[in-house]
Write a protein that binds this ligand. Sequence first.
Ligand code: NAD
Length: 290
Amino acid sequence: MSAQLIDGKAAAARITQSVKQLVEQRVSRGRRPPGLAVVLVGHDPASEVYVRHKRIACDYCGIVSKAHYPNADISELQLLTMIDELNADDEIDGILVQTPLPAHINAETIIERIRPDKDVDGFHPYNIGRLALRLPTLRSCTPYGVMELLAGIGETFHGREAVVVGASNHVGRPMGLELLRAGCTVTTCHRFTVNLQQWVQRAEILVVAVGKPGLVSGEWVRPGATVIDVGINRMADGRLAGDVDFHSANERAAWITPVPGGVGPMTVAMLMKNTFDAAEARSRLADGPR
Ligand code: NAD
């Protein structure tokens, strides 16, 4: 028996379509369209592709995206000054700083400088802290997208055994917080975890976000599990692969995300949703409900 595929492309298209409608309604109420500042430092080819996809999604949704593409030799202080200007800009509702940043710039320092209510990536300690306290505002886009995919297949969450492999600040940790908030019993595995297989085998919901192709063998997957593969790895032959061995996992899982076409498109869709939500929250503060 093969697993059912979780179609992230279709789910993302539904979300961006709904954001597009919400933006149209907002504009018809006399408000300006949401504005997203996209900051890309240097010329990392993969980052350029991600930024292009995000700006295309903005165009589709009617969100105004303003590009800031400083050279890789910009100083941390100059980048902080740019963030300060964007924080103060009334036409900007969201600020996205594409990572990775050059080695001489501390990414955490930059993220912490972004106003939490413009942190549409959901990376700021304020927003992660609110998620930890079960009071989410702007939620980290990738884990948020995974939760939407799980809800879309009718996942019930309460009491379910969830295992997250990977504990990064941007994916694994907020993923664990999302699943905990939803009522799962959550285990987080990371580079120091001993005997990864024994933890993976327990998972009714398995989310893998490491960046190592084939790290999780399909034989480890609990029969009937839902497998969400966040990993994106460029292989020597140019194709993309996830962190889970898809073919063997597909034999045992009930549901599985493909790579590409699973979580990736959802990350962009949730960025659009967060940017719209940030714009609405700021407008309500400025001129009350409308
Ligand atoms: P990261 O390098 O910041 O973190 C990797 C995590 O994996 C760390 O917590 C580390 O402890 C853990 N790890 C490393 N080796 C391990 C092992 N052998 N067993 C268990 N855990 C191990 O990476 P990240 O930014 O969290 O990204 C992870 C992957 O997800 C990458 O492939 C990245 O490209 C992908 N990604 C995809 C999306 C998307 O939209 N689909 C978004 C972000 C990241």
